[in-house]
Ligand binder design. Structure first.
Ligand code: UDP
Length: 364
């Protein structure tokens, strides 16, 4: 009998397993996929670490989390600076002086502020009630229309006016010439890829991939004293209160016979005419000098059963349903829930790590 059955070997489950192992607990970690790592899984192809479930850039303002992760790998000095393509125009992200200068031919922060404030004043928006109002209020109409509206509607499959405002507050708006996508103090990509980190975290645990939680628990209900479940919370309860909505992502991966396809790791395509949201060129995460390259085009879609879930759709309707599942979950004596899917939260990796460490501390 195990102390913990951990369903899901993503970052949350793996950190919890590591912490449990450190405290002498016996863990069985299962994953229904044929590999560990969840969506952080990377696969080495000819010296290039391919992020098989989309770009994962580690960034945090927490020294504790940064030091913790650095205990499993060295991180390089990659700084995420995506480029956005809108028709034949190209802009730096996040929204900063480089973006404003290219857009309006201006040079100074005062000119940029005057331009944005002029556009905001015309709109007369009070407290922003949705992503559209929030975006317009942050950056005005020009940027909203060229760099936000169509990209967001592609990614989320819903009008911006029906999406929560917090999603757009993830992006910095700056009046300096600084293309760093994040405001966090620490940032980088683990040298050797994320899979190696997860392998180290799981060193003391028993691991079974290709194993479905629901099938295992049906056959061996007594396999562990407690369960940590990191899958879909609504699926755990057989969707009995209704289905939560998620977005899924599909990747078209290509290996190309060129050493440098797009000159940057991340290029966003912000117009609706391009069917994918972005192209990732993985070698640039690690300053790769290989003669060939691997790219992935990212397509967003509504999640349906059988797809991989990626993003919770945190609108009022789903959040209210999640609260009901959460109330059920609170009544479980031997099951802990955590991670992006069970917490139904748009966690970044650092927040996932923080939450897993807190859960382990509380538990043991
Ligand atoms: N976003 C946008 N234009 C861009 C990039 C992002 O409007 O070129 C918006 C979009 O609404 C997206 C949100 O910002 O959902 C958060 O983007 P981020 O890159 O943080 O998302 P992730 O990498 O988690 O998909």
């Amino acid at each position: 009998m195990y102390d913990y059955l951990i369903a899901g070997s993503g970052l949350y489950g793996s950190i919890f397993a590591y912490e449990a192992g450190k405290r002498g607990k016996k863990c069985l970690v299962i994953d229904k996929r044929p590999h560990i790592g969840g969506n952080a899984y990377t696969e080495e192809q000819g010296g290039i670490n391919v992020h098989k479930y989309g770009a994962h850039i580690f960034h945090t303002s927490s020294k504790e989390v940064w030091d913790y992760m650095n205990g499993f790998a060295d991180f390089n000095h990659y700084v995420n600076s995506p480029v956005a393509v809108y028709h034949d125009e190209l802009y730096n992200l996040p929204f900063n002086m480089n973006t404003f200068s290219r857009l309006w031919g201006i040079k100074t922060p005062a000119e940029a502020k005057a331009k944005i404030n002029g556009q905001i004043a015309e709109l007369n928006i009070g407290e922003p009630k949705n992503l559209e109002e929030q975006a317009l209020k942050l950056v005005g109409r020009d940027i909203y229309e060229k760099l936000i509206k169509e990209y967001t509607e592609k990614q989320w499959g819903r009008p911006c006016a029906e999406l929560p405002a917090f999603i757009i507050r993830r992006l910095p708006v700056r009046f300096t010439y600084d293309n760093n996508y994040f405001n966090d103090r620490y940032q980088g990509i683990p040298i050797g890829g994320y899979t190696r980190i997860i392998e180290k975290m799981l060193e003391k645990a028993d691991v079974r991939t290709g194993t479905d939680y629901f099938e295992l628990i049906k056959e061996q209900p007594g396999i562990a004293k407690k369960t940590l479940y990191t899958g879909l919370i609504d699926e755990f309860y057989g969707y009995s209160l209704g289905e939560l909505e998620y977005r899924s992502v599909r990747f078209e991966e290509e290996r190309l016979d060129t050493d440098n396809y797009q000159g940057n790791a991340v290029v966003n395509y912000t117009s609706k005419e391009v069917p994918y949201t972005r192209i990732i060129e993985f070698k640039h995460f690690e300053f790769g000098a290989q003669p060939a390259t691997v790219i992935a085009k990212e397509y967003s879609s509504e999640w349906k059963k059988g797809d991989e879930p990626y993003y919770p759709v945190n609108n009022d309707k789903n959040n209210a349903l999640f609260e009901k599942y959460k109330a059920l979950a609170a009544g479980e004596e031997n099951v802990i829930f955590g991670g992006r899917l069970a917490d139904y939260k748009y966690y970044d990796m650092d927040k996932t790590a923080e939450a897993a460490l807190a859960a382990a501390r509380q538990e043991m």
